[in-house]
Design a protein. Structure first.
Length: 234
């Protein structure tokens, strides 16, 4: 095997644990140093390197945008408790909410049944931020459907969410991260060593808004947010 390419934090850790000789090229949304994928961004050492995208670190900004759109709503954070970084993400979101003078309700879901319950429960929040998590992000169509069914404003990370009918998304341009991942995989296959390739950081983000959904929810976006949007779906 010439190289292992992985597109998740958990996959990167598993690949690194499985081998110390086969090059590992990862794409991750968490800090690869903090969570043990590499010892340094500039000098990875070992057999792993890759691309770190702005993902989990965007939660405070996502929460702020959601609060601006629905300033009086009870805010919730939809988290997957089985994700290794869930506790860290919850603490950061709670801290961000506290800085805004708000409290946030943590709602957990790690499978499809719990996801439906999270939206249908009578104690659910009045507006929801979705955690950056492989399971939750992969259910963007189901989440959009549940949000519409329960008339719930939701902030997601994937642009596919508002395209599917969700209210809004603010997150990385994943195509840029994929492009950088492919470039590094190509270099590894041509003989480059992971230790000689600094971890790349993909920092491009985009804000997507669905005005049709906003109208159905009775929401009027502040002009300041509309002007910052990369795309407005009407």
């Amino acid at each position: 095997m010439a190289a292992i390419v992985t597109t998740s934090f958990a996959g990167g850790l598993a690949a690194k644990a499985a081998t110390s000789t086969i090059p590992v090229v990862f794409l991750t949304g968490v800090d690869p140093v903090q969570f043990g994928l590499v010892s340094s961004l500039n000098r990875p050492t070992g057999n792993a390197t890759g691309v770190a995208i702005l993902s989990n670190t965007l939660a405070p900004k996502q929460l702020q945008l959601l609060h601006e759109v629905v300033p009086t709503a009870t805010l919730g954070f939809l988290a997957n408790p089985t994700n290794p970084v869930a506790e860290t993400d919850v603490r950061e979101v709670q801290s961000a909410a506290s800085a805004m003078g708000r409290q946030i309700l943590v709602v957990n879901a790690s499978n499809d049944g719990e996801l439906e319950t999270a939206f249908a429960a009578p104690t659910h929040a009045e507006a929801l931020l979705v955690m950056s998590d492989p399971f939750l992000q992969s259910r963007f169509e189901k989440t959009a459907m549940l949000a519409a069914r329960n008339a719930l404003p939701v902030m997601h990370q994937f642009r596919e969410f508002p395209v599917a009918g969700g209210l809004m998304s603010y997150g990385p341009i994943f195509a840029d991260g994929w492009r950088q991942l492919g470039i590094y995989a190509g270099k590894i296959l041509k003989g480059a060593k992971p230790a000689d390739l600094p971890v790349q950081q993909s920092v491009k983000v985009e804000l997507i808004i669905n005005l049709k959904t906003a109208k159905a929810l009775g929401i009027t976006f502040p002009e300041s947010i509309l002007q910052r949007a990369n795309e407005v779906i009407e």
